[in-house]
Write a protein that binds this ligand. Structure first.
Ligand code: UDP
Length: 246
């Protein structure tokens, strides 16, 4: 079976990472994965949630949203409904966990980094694009803190990126677009570090339970995709990546 956009099953969509996309946040990135586009910002606040007061440690938290015009059918603004739906909660927690896993929170000091991921165009893989883009925004925010002399070195232990994989019409595929995602029997999100370690794997075979062999094949594809994303992140960060030893 050939894919809609002619990609090989183990190929990711064209990736573009634009830094300094907007000017007010400490880090601001537009990430494009094919037709999926997400703005990821990182803003630093000099206080921490209650449970971390006087601990000397920092915190990273994330919010995620889809603009009404980002989806094929208009997405009602969550603010106008007065509550955040389950999918949004799951995604923002996932983004927060992914980024906290690679940061030395003890070295951040009592600061909170607010990550905001806003989907301006959705075509599958918005949570994974959010994580990949947010990592770059986070590095930029920490770098600013370092330039101001507020931290000595960037409190980053590894790089992190994320990609989706799935089984569509019996074939294992990397980086699903919306049409593939909506036909997928198995849908998985794989979050990994540059050292090829797993941070989180979300894999649902609700429609069709999958085998051990399927799982191994999807993990293999996920590693290929994430390694490529890490290359794009490094390229986008340019000299900063070298300077901080990424
Ligand atoms: N989608 C949509 N409206 C929604 C949720 C999802 O149009 O309320 C589309 C969108 O293109 C999204 C895709 O369905 O990227 C897959 O959604 P999923 O919940 O699997 O999350 P994602 O793959 O974006 O992380």
């Amino acid at each position: 079976m050939s894919r809609i956009d002619g990609r090989k099953n183990d190929a990711i969509r064209p990736v573009k990472i634009t830094r300094d996309f907007t000017k007010n946040a400490d880090g601001s990135v537009l990430i494009e994965m094919g037709e999926t586009k997400v703005i990821c910002t990182a803003a630093i606040e000099d206080r921490v949630p209650h449970f971390l007061k006087n601990s000397g440690k920092g915190w990273i938290t994330a919010e995620y949203g889809m603009l009404p015009g980002s989806t094929q059918t208009r997405k009602v603004r969550e603010s106008s409904r007065g509550k955040v739906d389950g999918r949004t909660q799951e995604i923002q927690r996932l983004i927060g966990r992914a980024l906290r896993s690679i940061v030395d929170l003890g070295a951040v000091g009592e600061r909170t980094i607010w990550i905001d991921c806003d989907v301006i165009q959705a075509d599958g893989g918005t949570r994974t694009a959010s994580i990949t883009g947010a990592f770059v925004a986070l590095v930029d925010a920490f770098y600013k803190l370092k330039e101001k002399g507020q931290i000595e070195k960037l409190p980053i232990k590894s790089m992190v990126s994320a990609i989706s994989v799935g089984i569509v019409e019996g074939e294992h595929m990397l980086d699903l677009c919306y049409q593939e995602d909506s036909n997928a029997k198995v849908d998985m999100n794989i979050i990994m570090t540059d050292k090829k370690q797993f941070v989180e794997v979300q894999g649902t075979g609700e429609e069709a339970p999958y085998s051990y062999e399927d799982l191994m094949e999807m993990l293999r594809l996920g590693e290929i995709g994430n390694q490529e994303l890490i290359r794009h992140q490094k390229e986008a960060l340019g000299t900063i990546a070298d300077e901080i030893g990424l």
